[in-house]
Design a protein around this ligand. Structure first.
Ligand SMILES: [Zn+2]
Length: 176
């Protein structure tokens, strides 16, 4: 009977160990998801760190967590804490450089949001125009293109960045 008890305890500990392995720390960023996801994100962050240090500094100052999500999304906190970036699992067309550019783009949305709070003491609500829409989106796109330049991205990835539905939507001039 005692052997059965030990066997059960081993299985439970094994499951706990697997659960703990789903997060990796890359400098100040916690990367959470499958082993493949964590490797891909870490590869993109490595590229940024080595080939684009100033962009990398902006990213690490403004993103605390990168984890898997159904679509690309940045969860920005209202109290100026660094944000959580959600990324979907990669598809074959997503190169390591491309994903680095996406990380840079959304980190810059967080940067604009947090910078507004720093520049406007006492204001709790950041207008969309300051961190999301129109000129703000163009600044995020420029930051993404700058990262792609530093990383030596192929021409097709610059064109892809400029035609992303997210950017088309956010630069829509009908936004108030
Ligand atoms: Zn954007």
């Amino acid at each position: 009977m005692r052997y059965f008890t030990h066997a059960f305890a081993f299985v439970v500990l094994g499951l706990v160990a697997v659960g703990c392995a789903s997060a990796t720390r890359f400098d100040s960023i916690s990367v959470r998801g499958s082993e493949n996801f964590r490797r891909e994100v870490s590869n993109s962050l490595t590229l940024l760190k080595t080939k684009s240090p100033s962009f990398y500094a902006t990213i690490t100052n403004n993103v605390a967590v990168v984890r898997t999500g159904a679509r690309v999304e940045i969860e920005i906190h209202t109290d100026a804490k660094p944000a959580r970036l959600l990324l979907p699992a990669s598809v074959p067309t997503d190169s390591t450089i491309w994903r680095a550019g996406v990380i840079a783009h959304f980190a810059y949305h967080s940067h604009l949001y947090r910078q507004f709070l720093l520049d406007h003491a006492g204001i709790q609500c950041v207008p969309y125009n300051e961190f999301r829409w129109r000129d703000a989106e163009k600044r995020c796109l420029e930051f993404q293109l700058g990262a792609l330049r530093d990383l030596g991205a192929p021409a097709g990835e610059f064109a892809r960045a400029q035609s992303e539905p997210h950017t088309i939507e956010n630069t829509n001039p009908t936004h108030p």
